[in-house]
Design a protein around this ligand. Structure first.
Ligand code: SF4
Length: 71
């Protein structure tokens, strides 16, 4: 299974590279969290949880997914 989870304090994001369309939407929209020049390339704590959730919702392919969110 290619999907990998990136756990943050308030929100956990998962990513499936086989589904990603490389649109760059995530990197352009929220570089503090999505930065392909960094490892790990997703750091969910780089921005507020609501901003992360909003950015993940804009992923056109469904490669990004919210696995856990603030209660
Ligand atoms: S927004 Fe989604 S499809 Fe586009 S690069 Fe990011 S993960 Fe891939």
């Amino acid at each position: 299974m290619a999907r990998k989870s990136y756990e943050g304090r308030d929100v956990t994001v998962s990513f499936d590279p086989e589904v990603c369309q490389h649109s760059g939407t995530c990197v352009r929209g929220l570089a503090a969290v999505f930065d392909t020049g960094r490892s790990p390339w997703i750091t969910p704590d780089g921005a507020g949880a609501e901003a992360v959730v909003a950015q993940v919702a804009k992923c056109p392919s469904g490669a990004l997914r919210i696995e856990a969110r603030p209660t």
